[in-house]
Design a protein around this ligand. Structure first.
Ligand code: C2E
Ligand code: CA
Ligand code: CA
Ligand code: CA
Length: 279
C-alpha cells in the first residue's frame, strides 16, 4: 500500500509540476513583459451600420512575447487575472489609449472614442477612478474619448463595485458598454441594475443568427429591449453581408467585425482615423 501511495504521489507531482511550470513560467514571463512593456494594442473600428462611418474603436491587447511571438489575450488575460497582474495591464492599456488620442489631437485629426476592456479585479479597485482621471489630465484627453467595456461575467464577480464604478465613470463622462451581452445568466436584470450606454451582442448570436431561428429571435429581442431601455446596440463579430443586411433591418446602430475590419495595428488605425475614411 505504501508503494502504491508513493507511485501515485510521483504521478501526481509529475503532472502537477508540468502544469505548475507552464503557469509559473508564463506568469514570470508576464511579470517581465509588464516591466518591458512587451505589449501592443490593436484597434478594431466600430462602424455606423447605415453609413459605414467609423464612430469608435476598441483597444485589444496582444502580448509580444520574445519567443512565442504575439500571444492572444484569451491566453494570458486569465493568467494575469489569477496572478494579480491584471491591474497593471489594465492601467497600461488606458495610458496607451490616452497617448494615442493625444497623438490624434495633435495632428488635428477627427478623433473617435476608444474603448478599453476592464476585468472584474480592476473594476473593484478603489483607485480606478482617480487613476483614470490622472491619465486623462496628464494627456489632456476629454473623458468622452475613453470608453469602458465590462462583461456580464465581471458583473457577477464584482456586482456592487461595478455598480458604483459605472455610476462614477458615467458622471465623469465616460461611456460604458455591457460586453458579450446575452451570454450571462441574468443579462436582462443587469440592464436594470447597470445603467450602461451600449450593449454589445455577443458574436455567438450574430454568427448563428441566419441559421438558427432561436438566435435570430434573441438578436431581435435584444434590439427591442435596448429600445425600451434607450440603449445603443453594437453587434459583435459581423462577418458577412447577409448578417449586415439583417442587422440593418433590425435598426442595429453599430457593428464591429471582420466584414469591415479586423483589429489593426496603431499605424493603420491612425491612418484610418486621419483619412476619416469609410471602411
Ligand atoms: P472581446 O472584448 O469580446 O473582443 C472581441 C474579440 O472578437 C476580439 O478578440 C476580436 O479580435 C474578435 N473579433 C472581432 N470581430 C470578429 C469577427 O468578425 N470574427 C471573429 N471570429 N472574431 C472577431 P481578441 O482580440 O482575441 O480578444 C479576446 C478577448 O480578450 C476580448 O474579447 C476581451 O475579453 C479580452 N481582452 C482583449 N484585450 C483586453 C484588455 O486590454 N484587457 C482585458 N481585461 N481583456 C482584454
Ligand atoms: Ca470587448
Ligand atoms: Ca465581446
Ligand atoms: Ca468575448
Amino acid at each position: 500500500a505504501k508503494e502504491l501511495g508513493k507511485n501515485r504521489l510521483q504521478l501526481y507531482t509529475e503532472s502537477l509540476s508540468i502544469e505548475t511550470f507552464k503557469l509559473f513560467s508564463l506568469e514570470s514571463d508576464l511579470r517581465k513583459a509588464i516591466l518591458l512593456e512587451d505589449f501592443i494594442l490593436h484597434y478594431q473600428p466600430r462602424v455606423n451600420t447605415l453609413t459605414g462611418d467609423v464612430v469608435a474603436a476598441e483597444a485589444l491587447i496582444r502580448w509580444n512575447h520574445p519567443l512565442f511571438g504575439l500571444i492572444s489575450p484569451a491566453e494570458f488575460i486569465p493568467i494575469a487575472e489569477e496572478s494579480n497582474l491584471i491591474d497593471q495591464i489594465s492601467f497600461w492599456v488606458i495610458e496607451q489609449v490616452c497617448k494615442v488620442q493625444r497623438q490624434l489631437i495633435q495632428s488635428g485629426d477627427n478623433i473617435v472614442p476608444v474603448s478599453v476592456n476592464l476585468s472584474a479585479k480592476t473594476i473593484m479597485r478603489a483607485d480606478l477612478i482617480p487613476t483614470i482621471l490622472n491619465y486623462l489630465e496628464r494627456y489632456g484627453i476629454e473623458p468622452n474619448l475613453l470608453e469602458i467595456e465590462i462583461t456580464e461575467n465581471t458583473m457577477i464577480k464584482a456586482e456592487m463595485a461595478a455598480i458604483s464604478a459605472i455610476e462614477k465613470l458615467k458622471e465623469i463622462g465616460i461611456a460604458i458598454s455591457l460586453d458579450d451581452f446575452g451570454t450571462g445568466y441574468s443579462s436582462i436584470s443587469y440592464l436594470k441594475k447597470f445603467k450602461v450606454n451600449y450593449i454589445k451582442i455577443d458574436r455567438s448570436f450574430i454568427t448563428s443568427m441566419l441559421v438558427s431561428q432561436e438566435d435570430a429571435r434573441i438578436v431581435e429581442s435584444i434590439h427591442l429591449l435596448a429600445k425600451g431601455f434607450n440603449l445603443k446596440v453594437v453587434a459583435e463579430g459581423v462577418e458577412t453581408t447577409e448578417q449586415l443586411k439583417r442587422l440593418k433591418q433590425l435598426n442595429c446602430h453599430y457593428i464591429q467585425g471582420y466584414l469591415f475590419s479586423k483589429p489593426i495595428d496603431e499605424e493603420q488605425f491612425l491612418k484610418i482615423i486621419s483619412n476619416n475614411s469609410r471602411l
